[in-house]
Design a protein around this ligand. Structure first.
Ligand code: PLP
Length: 394
């Protein structure tokens, strides 16, 4: 059979007839209790609970199974665990594999709450965290200790967008200490633009709140693991009480079918705007993985199959607090808010000291004010006009 292309795969994912019951889409099954026909039936459910047999609501329903199958296939893994948010996926994946007295290495440009979890919760559990430069590559080997248990990656990094040399990091870690679990926050790639498990990472984690849902109306976390990690991840997350509601899971599964098309448009529009910004006299640097000005662009070109709508740019000047508000407070189309990956455009602003407080490696920011934008599905010219009006306000 010919190789199936991503657009086609995404249309089919999660639509196993087992779960669609002759409809186009999987059913939404809301239940806590599962009713067993007999003692034998209950035993069967317990034995096969990880293989699409209903046992108890917190272990998932047909709706969850359909989406888990879809994500397992998309991320090329052995199984998938669902969580009520991306943050829960990250913290539970880590908690599932770390013990007191052990050590974790985390990229210095990880999503801020990931760092805070390590600093505030893991520290109390006697787990030590060291952060590293996202462009460290094979030199990560020098940071590995006898008690290092997890290497946690994120590419591109949150806000500052550095792209890892993923194969070099994985190779160095495997060579030095084959038992270390390599996890990666793959939210930016949405499971489409980068397939970390094909690079021999163990667990690919996503906030499905972002592009997979795609409509800014639900929170969900996903972790897809390889054969070596799935059992531990599934059982420990279950013990930690993790579950997700079937309506939100349904919406995430629905989002998958338009994901390739949406990503393409986000990419086209964001490239048009990033290239325009790169030529803009007020702009110092654009941090878009597909542009050569982005740290780690060469790895992006080699390992990713495309880009999306999320990138950052830095001004030549540091804005005064008044200018900062003037710039951000009066957009027509860009809304100011956390998160991204929906149909709508968003913007957040940072000053140098904000960036320094979020980066836990030898990060040397330039002085100009810094903005992270999500380019939504509006017409890119309207968004450029909106940005130009902001520059004119300064
Ligand atoms: C948003 C985000 C998360 C957290 O996801 P929630 O669903 O909001 O909990 C984790 N990692 C990255 C990279 C994110 O952007």
């Amino acid at each position: 059979m010919a190789k199936i292309r991503p657009e086609t795969q995404l249309v089919h994912l999660g639509r196993n007839p087992k779960y669609t019951q002759k409809g186009v889409n999987p059913i939404i099954q809301r239940t806590s209790s599962v009713i067993f026909d007999s003692v034998e039936d209950k035993k069967h459910a317990i034995r096969h609970r990880a293989n699409g047999v209903l046992m108890y609501g917190r272990r998932g329903t047909q709706t969850h199974f359909a989406f888990q199958e879809a994500m397992t296939e998309l991320e090329c893994g052995a199984g998938c665990v669902l969580y009520p948010s991306g943050a829960a996926a990250i913290t539970n994946a880590i908690m599932s594999f770390i013990s007191s007295g052990e050590h974790i290495l985390v990229t210095g440009s990880a999503y801020d709450p990931t760092q805070n979890f390590c600093d505030k919760i893991l520290t109390n559990l006697n787990v030590e965290t060291n952060y590293f430069d996202p462009l460290i590559g094979e030199q990560i080997a020098d940071l590995i200790r006898p008690n290092t248990r997890i290497v946690f990656l994120e590419s591109p990094g949150s806000i500052t967008m550095e792209v890892h040399d993923l194969p070099a990091i994985v190779k160095a870690v495997r060579h030095k200490s084959p038992d270390i679990i390599i996890m990666i926050d793959n939210t930016w790639a949405a499971g489409v633009l980068l397939k970390p498990l094909l690079f021999d990472a163990d667990i690919s984690i996503q906030s499905a709140t972002k592009y997979i849902n795609g409509h800014s109306d639900g929170m969900l976390g996903v972790a897809v693991a390889n054969q070596r990690c799935i059992e531990t991840l599934r059982e420990n997350s279950y013990l930690l009480g993790q579950t997700a509601d079937p309506d939100t899971v349904y919406m995430a599964g629905r989002g998958l079918h338009t994901l390739a098309t949406r990503l393409k448009q986000h990419e086209t529009s964001s490239l048009a705007i990033a290239n325009w910004l790169a030529e803009h006299p007020a702009v110092e640097q654009v941090f878009h993985p597909a542009l050569p000005s982005n740290p780690g662009h060469q790895y992006f070109k080699r390992d990713f199959t495309g880009a999306n709508g999320l990138f950052s740019f830095q001004l030549k000047n540091r804005l005064s607090p008044e200018q900062f508000s003037q710039f951000l407070d009066h957009f027509t189309h860009f809304k100011m808010g956390y998160s991204w990956g929906g149909f709508e455009s968003l913007i957040l602003g940072y000053q140098t000291e904000d960036l320094i407080s979020m980066r836990q490696y030898d990060y040397q920011p330039k002085l100009g004010s810094f903005f992270r934008v999500h380019i939504g599905l509006e017409h890119p010219q309207d968004l450029m006009d909106d940005l130009q009006r902001a520059f004119d306000r300064l």
